[in-house]
Design a protein around this ligand. Structure first.
Ligand SMILES: [Zn+2]
Length: 341
């Protein structure tokens, strides 16, 4: 998900007239109630492996198609966000709420009952999918636009009011900020940093943990939010100590990945522990920790006693990079969790 291919063209955000012109000829994503409007790909050959499933791409709309969607009454008025310009085409997101979902939410609120179950009972719209469902299918350009659009939509949705005075706020500069309608203070989208770490020992084994809430046999790297006043490196040491009981040094930065569920960026490290024998789960968030060599990982996947993280996750990439570092075949790392919503 760290893939991005479209220039964000920040200089255009200040020119609202130009943005309005570009909208008319732009390529517009539609994000509604946490789902993208998508197109199902024609499959090239009949897949016998049912776990492969359908493949999707984002649908890009013209301004008049968006106008027709709005006129249908199926969606809220929504907001338009500028995502970037590749020299030929300007990209935007139209972020709305599905009218049927909004009606159910309002009714649930009136009755004082949770809305989730009622929303789940609505007839599914087959052409709307979550980023978790389609992430593995997207091109670099699509993924860059999708994470940008979703992160913006999530932030705007929860920042309708000024945190200083409580007055309403209005989206400005192509959606890159909101302005207070009363005191004109500017509010910028927030991104919450979280570290994720591949813990190794001197023998190049890796330590994985499993959270109580995960599907059976699912193991992954350790991760956690960076606290105020904390460096990434200190956060890595604290999280690994808390969740897995080992101390680490040699904390090395690997890369980062936007993770807009709802507003994070994952900063990835690897780290070496000198006391692997101290590994134990915290018993709270983590219920089990296990050391893996490449051979034991391969065997447990074959035995179906290890379910790897989904393909689009940074943790999967980290595991693959470690596994292949000695020339082992990535094809051994089959399967893994698939998100269904
Ligand atoms: Zn204000």
């Amino acid at each position: 998900m760290a893939r991005a291919a479209i220039d964000r063209a920040g200089e255009l955000r200040l020119d609202s007239e130009k943005l309005a012109q570009l909208w008319e000829t732009g390529a517009i994503l539609h994000f509604s109630s946490n789902r993208f409007d998508v197109t199902k790909s024609e499959s090239e050959s009949a897949q016998s492996d049912s776990s492969i499933g359908d493949s999707y791409s984002l649908t890009f709309f013209a301004a008049e198609q968006i106008a027709a969607k709005l006129a249908s009454g199926d969606f809220s008025t929504g907001e338009k966000f500028f995502l970037g310009f590749d020299g030929t085409t300007a990209y935007f997101a139209w972020c709305t709420e599905d009218a049927a979902i909004a009606a159910v939410k309002a009714e649930a609120k009136k009755q004082g009952v949770p809305a989730d179950k009622l929303i789940a009972e609505l007839p599914p719209k087959e052409n709307f999918k979550t980023l978790r469902e389609i992430g593995d299918d997207l091109s670099d350009a699509e993924m860059g636009l999708a994470v940008h659009a979703q992160a913006l939509a999530n932030w705007h949705h929860t920042h309708q009011f000024c945190s200083r005075c409580g007055a309403t706020t209005t989206s400005a500069q192509g959606g890159s900020l909101r302005k207070c309608d009363k005191d004109a203070t500017e509010h910028y989208p927030r991104t919450d940093p979280a570290i994720i770490v591949l813990v190794k020992d001197k023998d190049d084994r890796i330590l994985l943990g499993r959270q109580k809430i995960w599907p059976e046999h699912r193991f992954s790297n350790f991760a956690g939010f960076v606290e105020p006043g904390e460096s990434f490196e200190n956060c890595v040491a604290r999280e690994v100590g808390e969740e897995a009981g080992v101390s680490v040094d040699d904390v090395i930065y690997l890369g980062s990945q936007p993770w807009p569920f709802p507003a994070s960026i994952m900063i990835a490290f690897h780290a070496i522990t000198n006391n692997p024998e101290a590994a134990r789960p915290d018993g709270q968030e983590i219920e089990e920790v296990r050391w893996y060599s490449r051979a034991s990982m391969k065997q447990e996947i074959l035995n179906k006693t290890l379910l790897l993280p989904p393909g689009m996750s940074v943790s999967r990439r980290m595991l693959e990079a470690w596994y292949c570092a000695d020339g082992s075949d990535i094809a051994d790392l089959t399967g893994g969790e698939r998100w269904s919503s």
